[in-house]
Design a protein around this ligand. Structure first.
Ligand SMILES: Cc1cc2nc3c(=O)[nH]c(=O)nc-3n(C[C@H](O)[C@H](O)[C@H](O)COP(=O)(O)OP(=O)(O)OC[C@H]3O[C@@H](n4cnc5c(N)ncnc54)[C@H](O)[C@@H]3O)c2cc1C
Length: 311
């Protein structure tokens, strides 16, 4: 166990990294704990709406932000937080996959994670045929046969990207019509190496050591078909994973953390910001703004607590 931090920030996406910058500049003893560096930025090929930088890849933006944080002397631990407990003295005990840390405040910036199909063998075959990011893993499937599941812009985009890399792409969606931009739908429909399977769902993942086939069910006819594929890109959206906050901070029906305009959660000393919150717009610049606000609110909370003690 290390000495007490002023704040522990969970998540090193743009929100958590910005919170870390603001906390460090207020001379708060700060630790960032995150499963990975950059969060969803790592899946974004190009960012063209981050003020001050006309065009940047998600990877580059994550590198710039994390360098800024490290230059301020903040350590970023590559660990997964598995539990948070509030102690009797109102500090927090944060348990990770490797260690335990204590902090006076916590800023939750855990963002969103790709939704899973929840089929048997899905987790087992991640990295062995199954991926949640065509932009990241697409090049591993050069001249191979892949499937993309999903019907929104991410799935359409993934199918379009993969049609340039792979030999053949199956695009599987459970509804009769796609729900993405018309221009993207048209692009996908015009590709000769994309086979569109609407009104269809993947019901089984088949393979011994890695993905070999998917079983597709035609929903109208109630028939099934096994399709040989080397890769499967799951592009069915993103959701917060906030089970570890159960019994701590209030969440809405989508498991998003409820915050006020200063980033306060329902639990004193716990703040949240960015995509993990119930805030409507999920964008880099929004998360950065909210991360800054949450860090400044955590600082104010500590100052007010200290003032209370000294009176
Ligand atoms: C393909 C794609 C393209 C996009 N393009 C744009 C764009 O052009 N412009 C734009 O503004 N936005 C874009 N976005 C949205 C933008 O990336 C998000 O709004 C932004 O990344 C949210 O930042 P965040 O830090 O709140 O969450 P995230 O980026 O999701 O980061 C959350 C972090 O928390 C970590 N974490 C989660 N749980 C734990 C745990 N238990 N323990 C430790 N760490 C944990 C994760 O590993 C991750 O590092 C795009 C998103 C995607 C997926």
């Amino acid at each position: 166990m290390q000495s007490m931090f002023d704040t522990i920030i969970i998540g090193a996406g743009p929100t958590g990294l910005t919170a870390a910058m603001y906390a460090a500049r207020r001379m708060m003893k700060t630790l960032v704990v995150s499963k990975d560096l950059g969060g969803q930025l790592m899946w974004a090929a190009e960012i063209k709406n981050y003020p001050g930088i006309k065009e940047v890849t998600g990877y580059e933006l994550a590198q710039i932000m994390s360098r800024q944080v490290k230059d301020l002397g903040v350590e970023i631990k590559a660990e997964q937080v598995i539990s948070i407990k509030k102690s009797a003295d109102s500090s927090f005990r944060v348990e990770t996959s490797k260690d335990n840390y204590e902090s006076k405040t916590v800023i939750v910036a855990m963002g969103l994670a790709p939704k899973q199909l929840n089929l048997a063998k899905e987790n087992e075959f991640v990295g062995r045929g199954i991926s949640y990011c065509a932009n990241c893993d697409g090049p591993f499937f050069k001249d191979k046969t892949v499937a993309v599941i999903g019907g929104g812009n991410s799935a359409l985009d993934a199918a379009e990207v993969m049609s340039k890399i792979a030999k053949l792409v199956y695009l599987v969606y459970h509804k009769p019509k796609f729900k993405g931009f018309e221009s993207l739908i048209a692009q996908v429909e015009n590709k000769s190496n994309i086979i569109i399977m609407l009104d269809s769902d993947i019901i089984e993942i088949i393979g011994s050591q890695r993905l070999e086939k998917i079983k597709v069910k035609r929903l109208a006819e109630q028939t099934t078909q096994e399709v040989e594929v080397d890769g499967l890109f799951v592009e069915i959206g993103y959701a917060p994973k906030t089970e570890l906050l159960t019994g701590l901070a209030d969440r809405d029906s989508k498991e998003q953390i409820i915050v006020d305009s200063s980033g306060k959660t329902s639990l004193a000393g716990m703040f949240a910001a960015g995509d993990v919150t119930s805030s409507e717009f999920k964008q880099v610049v929004v998360g950065c703004g909210q991360g800054a606000v949450a860090a400044l609110s955590a600082y104010k909370y500590l100052q007010e607590k200290e003032a209370d003690v000294s009176h």
